[in-house]
Design a protein around this ligand. Structure first.
Ligand SMILES: [Zn+2]
Length: 106
């Protein structure tokens, strides 16, 4: 037996919403102008960060004696029992312990 389902009234898409004239983005962006005496420019140019070759900075890529850095399921650091996703070889290490080990070897 078929049953009836009452659907909500069909929404009509207002044509003016999609017209470019109603775009929320103004065609002419407003240029910020400093008013009065400002001690420093509003849009100070950021100093570019120095490029690092290490992908997972500040994590060391590998620890000698343990192995390369890999991401695993959440585990506890073998040294300090903090939670970490990073293992070196089969040894989960937190950031502090991993950095400590690389500083000790290099
Ligand atoms: Zn640790």
């Amino acid at each position: 037996m078929p049953y009836r389902v009452s659907l909500p009234p069909e929404r009509r898409v207002d044509a003016s919403v999609h017209s470019p004239a109603a775009s929320p983005i103004p065609e002419n962006p407003v240029t910020p102008v400093a008013a009065g005496n400002t001690t420093r420019p509003i849009l100070a140019k950021r100093r570019p960060r120095p490029r690092r070759t290490m992908y997972g900075y500040p994590w060391p890529d590998a620890i000698s004696g343990l192995g390369d850095r890999r991401v695993r399921s959440f585990d506890l650091c073998t040294d300090c029992h903090r939670g970490t996703w990073i293992v070196y070889g089969d040894k989960p290490l937190c950031l502090a312990c991993a950095q400590e080990k690389t500083q000790g070897t290099s």
